[in-house]
Design a protein around this ligand. Structure first.
Ligand code: ZN
Length: 220
């Protein structure tokens, strides 16, 4: 059966990166689906953001239940009693890292897209700003892509538009796509669950603000 190259699935968390990828995909494909995961995030608002964005911009949205992930690996993004590290540790991964998350997410997405005869999976991971997350690195994505192809005898293509962009360049891309205001106001990146500009002091907010300031400076 010929593969469907006119459609793609975007992994959407409701944050800056994945939402930018959603609009990137909308420019390139005739039809874009979004898929999000419910893994017991403390801030269910993240999912609400994803829902609101897909509804407003007319994207078919599917939310998959992955609450199992939280049972397997308690972490600061899902457990109310674990506080998110404000600074990255010198050694090892930050406590906001969820073991196996991207591997599991992308594997489930692969099963889902194959049912639809789609090959293209788009994810907003970035090696430039990987914040100590090993599963955001290019080498991991390529390795998983090969594994998924072998596992299901299929030609998946995991596409990572932001892989080599830093946060400043991601803001530039949003502007290029004509969605700067959407990304600025309608996405949630903050670990403390505050929309738009966020709390201002968690690692995600710091990174987002640093990038945004650099973006503004670059325009002067
Ligand atoms: Zn924050």
């Amino acid at each position: 059966m010929p593969r469907n190259k006119k459609e793609a699935v975007v992994v959407l968390s409701g944050g800056q990166d994945s939402t930018t990828c959603l609009f990137w995909a909308k420019k390139r494909y005739e039809k874009v689906y979004a898929i999000s995961f419910d893994y017991g995030q403390k801030h269910i608002k993240e999912l609400e953001c994803a829902k609101a964005i897909t509804k407003k911009y007319d994207v078919e949205h599917y939310i998959m239940d992955l609450s199992l992930l939280n049972q397997l690996a308690p972490n600061s993004l899902t457990r109310a009693d674990i506080k998110v590290d404000e600074d990255a540790p010198k050694v090892g991964t930050p406590n906001s890292f969820v073991d196996g998350r991207n591997m599991l997410f992308l594997s489930f997405v692969a099963v889902y897209v194959k049912q639809k005869n789609i090959t293209d999976i788009i994810t907003g991971v970035s090696q430039s700003d990987f914040s100590g997350y090993p599963d955001c690195r290019d080498v991991f994505i390529k390795s998983l892509n090969t594994t998924l192809n072998l596992a299901m005898d299929y030609e998946f293509q995991i596409i990572t538009p932001l892989m080599w962009l830093d946060k400043k360049e991601t803001w530039e891309l949003a502007e290029e796509l004509g969605v700067l205001e959407v990304i600025k106001n309608e996405t949630l990146t903050c670990y403390n669950g505050i929309m738009g500009e966020g709390c201002g002091h968690c690692p995600a907010c710091k990174l987002r603000k640093k990038g945004y300031d650099a973006f503004l400076n670059g325009k002067k």
